[in-house]
Design a protein around this ligand. Sequence first.
Ligand code: ZN
Length: 174
Amino acid sequence: MTVKKLITVPNEILRKKSQNLEKVSNDEKKLVNDLFDTMYHHKGIGLAAIQVGIPKKIIVMDVSQKEEKKNPLCFINPVIKKISSQKSKYEEGCLSIPNTFIEIERPKACIVEYIDIHGKKKSMECDGLLSTCIQHEINHLDGKLIIDFLSKLKKDLIIKKLSKTKQNKDRILV
Ligand code: ZN
């Protein structure tokens, strides 16, 4: 079991665009396992590889409720093919932005094409929480974060607050 270190705001790595995988090698299979370990450890329901500093298009998710059995899902090179006109709203948090929840409206349903851990092409219809979660994670692959849905002023305030909570010995005031 390997729980990887999470990258948090304002680290610029989170703004990198992730790259497609050409094939799923053993290294990437191990990475997927580490992503699941990291996500479950931090009690998240989704995690993108870029959140542990690796700019590859890999997402893991599990939106099952606590009482249910685990339902690990892995999406490689995911692309949203269709979105519904109907919207839904959730208060979204992000493992890369501690203690911050933002209400975001997104398409209620979407169809996602991806390849699975065995390299097989697949497509999935996502609805409700699953739809919101996959859109949040695909945003990560494009370097987009939930704070980008806010006005610049609110966004700057959150970044400032998070920057202050970090112990930073190298910071000076001049
Ligand atoms: Zn996130």
